[in-house]
Design a protein around this ligand. Sequence first.
Ligand SMILES: Nc1ncnc2c1ncn2[C@@H]1O[C@H](COP(=O)(O)OP(=O)(O)OP(=O)(O)O)[C@@H](O)[C@H]1O
Ligand SMILES: [Mg+2]
Length: 354
Amino acid sequence: MARQCIGLDIGSSSVKLVQVKLSRKGMSLQNFGIEPLPTAAIIDGTIGDPNAVAEAIRNLAKRIHLRGKDVAFAVSGNSVIIRRLQIPAMEGAALAEQMEWEVRQNVPFARDEVIVDWEVLVERTPEGQMEVVLVAAKREVVEQYMQVVRAAGFNPVVVDTDAFAMQNAIDSVDGLVSGETVAVINVGAHFSTISIVRDGKPVFHRNLSSGGDTFTEAIRHRLAVSQDGAEAYKVGSAAGAGAGSAADVVPQEVHRVLAQVSEQVSAEFQRSIDFYVNDAVDANLARVYLTGGSALVPQLPKAIQDRSGVPVMIFDPFSKMSVDARRFDVEYLRANAPVASVALGLALRAPGDK
Ligand SMILES: Nc1ncnc2c1ncn2[C@@H]1O[C@H](COP(=O)(O)OP(=O)(O)OP(=O)(O)O)[C@@H](O)[C@H]1O
Ligand SMILES: [Mg+2]
């Protein structure tokens, strides 16, 4: 079996590295770490400060004694377009030509500005149609990420998207089974993505501009504190209560703000889900997987569950992995599990994968 890549998730708030080993006995954790990024290092899914990002990757790799060079990374946000298309069933050159036309119809960038990939999901429906997922990423952004990965001393060998990496992670841990439709909501710092996966295949994808920053900003305005102060209140509110714990010093108002923003963000998620559900044939969601660092906002899972009427599970990428408790701080892994999802999905890729 080919050796796995190092999974590198460059998010707007931090860089995450995950390395796993796959064997007949299953998956085992080889390495993991998170390194914060300065504000404006990543701006709207593009790299604002290449030196800062490369330095964060280098520092993190050194700190966790990372071995290996081949990296899988992901692009996300507005520079990535994902569309599921239904077209008349065809193959070979006719299909390639049709897809070129679809790129021009569906991608809001010039053809020579994007890198395009597509995969047939359904060869032929009973109605003689076929279903294809089209992915286009801005070439400039992909190249920018590659340069940063190289500047950090690694070989970028696989390029993926956040959404597909996440889907891969969930599939490897929980198994996305046939006959089931699930929603995957990744709430990061700067934005969120919703993917709907049916029979293990992506059927719908949307980016939303709310994320962890939406909660922090609300606290900042309502309590008139600095951004760092607001962030500390937010993260502190999730800490377990008890004498002397961080949760004790968080004002009640913070919990109210988090609850309100959770409501507002859930309503936004639900509008996207409804958009899909309203014109889908079989749209009963079995569950919602919630991931990304903001899955740790205590009020959010319940708000989404109440709004959608569907069970919400916080995805834990480490749950089925063997973890050597002598090498890793298991508490730290548990506390940061949702943050690591995309990086795990990337760590499952092998060099030479498309
Ligand atoms: N314990 C916690 N409680 C509440 N929020 C948290 C906690 N830990 C992390 N977060 C929030 O999660 C967010 C970071 O999540 P994540 O690492 O998934 O985002 P990112 O990948 O850096 O950003 P993006 O994907 O939006 O570019 C931040 O907004 C952070 O404040
Ligand atoms: Mg992210």
